[in-house]
Design a protein around this ligand. Structure first.
Ligand code: SF4
Ligand code: SF4
Length: 298
């Protein structure tokens, strides 16, 4: 049962991180209008299981008035609200309070700040810390999100010293272009399931300004500007979905088999293989593998 919706309020971001699984950057297109936001929130009220609404991007604070009003509208409808941010706006604690106070008044439940080297380099006194101080002072619940760089074990006993990839950012979007080089790979035969997403029974989805409902980044359930989300969800049959179906049956390997996609023998992990296969299928399923910009294609 779906409990959370995350709005990708905009694809625009003042950063251009190597690990960004949505390929966001300063010129990326797409932002909600307040009418679209209101219509979507009204529709979510028809689904009893939805209790929380998240706002992220891109960088949601780039559209601060829209963000404040969206939080207010969600709060007014009884949803708990959260925002994920890179904290570019928190240039000092005092300034951060100026940005956060209207959100507190609008009813914001919690703030998630990215605090890692991808976003802030090695600087310890970074904007994320200032954003957290300001949130604490205002009594807004705040959590820090830390994404570690890709980690490799060079001395694993089970693999007799062959390096193995331990994990790091999700290898999707720009992370595939920027981070996979030099990482150890494994046989594609191992990638028979999706490690993170529940395509059969999604608990939360992301919705972007073009109306796409993302089951995973760039894998769309459908479009809410064509069919309201409450109807999309009611009619969602994962087994008939051209991407979800094979993913449920046997992960990225099955997706490649189902559509006769020739592929490499090895990949770093399931997401790496999945991304490559999706890229090969994007012209065949433009409605479901979309928008192209999250694959680095314009
Ligand atoms: S990871 Fe976050 S901060 Fe970095 S480019 Fe993507 S949206 Fe922006
Ligand atoms: S395997 Fe594919 S669908 Fe699953 S989490 Fe990774 S990128 Fe997303």
């Amino acid at each position: 049962m779906i409990s959370g919706i995350h709005f990708l309020l905009t694809y625009t971001c003042n950063f251009q991180c190597d690990h960004c699984f949505l390929y966001c950057h300063p010129f990326a297109k797409g932002v909600f209008t307040i009418k679209q936001m209101k219509d979507a929130l009204d529709d979510f009220k028809k689904i009893n299981s939805i209790t929380s609404i998240g706002f992220e991007g891109g960088e949601a604070f780039l559209y601060h008035p829209l963000l404040v009003e969206s939080v207010r509208l969600a709060n007014e409808r009884g949803f708990s609200t959260s925002i994920q941010t890179n904290s570019f706006w928190a240039t000092s604690k005092e300034d951060a309070i100026l940005w956060l106070n209207p959100l507190k008044v609008a009813g914001l439940s919690s703030l998630d700040v990215s605090d890692d080297t991808f976003h802030h380099g090695e600087k310890s006194d970074n904007n994320a810390k200032k954003a957290m101080e300001a949130a604490n002072e205002l009594g807004i619940e705040v959590n820090s999100i830390c994404i570690k760089p890709p980690e490799v074990d060079d001395n694993n006993e089970q693999t007799k010293g062959d390096p193995i990839y331990l994990g790091g950012p999700k290898l999707r979007g720009r992370a595939v272009e920027k981070l996979v080089q030099g990482l150890p790979t494994r046989s594609c035969k191992e990638f028979t399931q999706c490690p993170y997403e529940d395509f059969e029974n999604p608990k939360r989805v992301h919705i972007d300004p073009f109306g796409h409902v993302h089951l995973c980044q760039g894998i769309s359930m459908g479009n809410i500007w064509e069919t309201p989300f409450s109807e999309l969800l009611k009619n969602y049959n994962p087994d008939n979905h051209p991407i979800a179906g094979p993913m449920i049956e046997g992960g990225p390997l099955q997706m490649a088999k189902a559509y006769n996609i020739s592929h490499d023998d090895e990949y770093v992990d399931a997401c790496h293989m999945c991304t490559k296969v999706c890229l090969d299928l994007i012209d065949q399923f433009p409605e479901y593998l979309t928008p192209r910009q999250v694959y680095g294609l314009e």
